[in-house]
Design a protein around this ligand. Sequence first.
Ligand code: WTA
Length: 652
Amino acid sequence: MIESLLQERRTFPPPESFARAAHIPSAEAAAALRREAETDPDGFWLRQAAQLVWRRPPTRALDASCYPFVRWFDDGELNLTESCLDRHLHTPRRNQAALLWEGEPGDTRVLTYQQLHREVCRTANVLKSLGVRCGDRVVLYMPMVPELVVAVLACARLGATHSVIFGGFSAEAIRDRILDAGATCVITADGGWRRGKIVPLKQNVDAALRHCPQVRAVLVVTRTGESVPMTPGRDHFYADLVRGQSAVCPAVPVPAEHPLFILYTSGTTGKPKGVVHSTGGYGTQVALTTRWVFDLRDGDTYWCTADIGWITGHSYVLYGPLLCGGTTLLYEGAPDTPDKDRFWDIVARWGVTILYTAPTAIRAFMRWGDAYPARHDLSSLRLLGTVGEPINPAAWTWYHEVIGGGRCPIVDTWWQTETGAILAAPLPGATPTKPGSCTHPLPGVALEVVRKDGTRCNDNEGGYLVALRPWPAQLRTVWGDPDRYRQQYFSDIQVDGRPVYFTGDGARRDEDGYLWVMGRVDDVLNVAGHRIGTAEVESALVSHPDVAEAAVVGRPDELKGQAIVAFVTLRAGRTPGPEMQAQLKQHVVHEIGALARPEEIRFTEALPKTRSGKIMRRLLRELAAGGKVQGDVTTLEDLSVLQRLATSADEE
Ligand code: WTA
């Protein structure tokens, strides 16, 4: 305890040489920005929006007349691909690399801005030929290949709303998302490479589409060259259709509020939530944060290791760097293929200057040992970033010393699928950092730590992290379910009698005003940086014919942050045991994907419930963590359940 306190007290001022050249070079510059954003928020955000290319520039910033439903830059019109691509074509940037790509087998490709623009136009023309129009939804289920970036931007070029599904989700999960989004077109690949094996993407799409009659067209990118079954009339090879397409495709201007994309994420119910992001507000804040937080500039080789299937990939692999005219690196595969130094090999060979990754990855690298990074010259790095979960001081220190050579600032960025862009992070040329703290909300952002009753917490008092004011990149709604948007985010906490956005996270501010995010306080787990709802895993488990009831909780895990533990009651006459455990784990993989596979399954005759029938997860969490139940159990309906659960745990 004392040790951790000591560690938390360390502060790291921005290195002078870094600050001198930074976009925001000093604490004074940062304070001036904060003042500007506080005194004239509308003017501030309109000036930021003006950094994008608009067909019709907006004259208004926030419209909160239907709060909590908000609109930003409402009377503006744009096509975001013009800000990502077209504007660079008349400058020397056209011959700069937009994308650097490395496949897992070691093949590489580089696309300049000019080349990327042409590919996007040709692909947009392909989509048009398949009947995709402005407002249609297109689902992408692809490996991390250049064609994924091209396909995302081709959708945006036409005003079609893209929905990327992470390649680790199963056919069942794809089906649910396609149906919920009402998608009519799917873009996939024959497969992708992961640890030397082929991920059968097309096969999963085929299984999903058995239940999605509204999907008219499937575009299949060739990646592995494996033969895949093609359904005549519906499935087309991308290479066949793109051949002969014109490299000119006018961008379709859309209103600022037009949905750029839907991204499904986990919530507190079993049904995945389609988080809807706008075009103008999202683009504005993502571009801005890329410049501010990553200090991106010409000459940088920027590598965010996230998959484009997650929000981090959307905002900081794809849109952010391209909106800033940067060079973004994509890597297709696993960090330990062919060996555990793959990341460092990539950093050295491409001369990566900015590296953005997750604490769970950093902890794995730490465990693998210093010898792997030591094989490579990492001196090109100038800035490091983390995202996805709180970073423990030991991992922070290792990252700082072993990877950053002690010279690179670390930006610990707090944000969510719903926030679209980073909301809290250091400004690397201006903010002294403390290991494990995401420091302060960015200028223009109003995050606060409050009690359940909406009053502000004292210094170092843990509370709920809320946003007091809307921000441009915030989600606009839950696709097809505006009630869920209001209910999920705006019904828990009121400040001064007004509902505020609740993040689902617990946090505290220290005596210096630094923000320490402690993790989720709702029933959402963070497993290896992936968000997984306990309710989703539960509903997958109870869909198994042998399961009567299930409760899923997280157990602290050194490497993954949290591990999934499921308490399962079987139907009468079914036999618990290792075989059943294996079967149920496989069932969850089948229903959701390998990322949701429970680490442990415990069988129990009954689950601890309150008199009103609510499962007492707190007790299960305590049991799962290996401890005895210590908290208050007076609301428990049947005390003997606890006794029996504890005994069954002891027997394992
Ligand atoms: C957690 C990922 C502490 C948090 C961009 C949040 C973090 C959830 C941090 C969102 C951080 C993300 N420090 N916790 N720097 N960044 N989180 O939607 O619990 O996949 O609510 O978005 O990750 O996860 P999501």
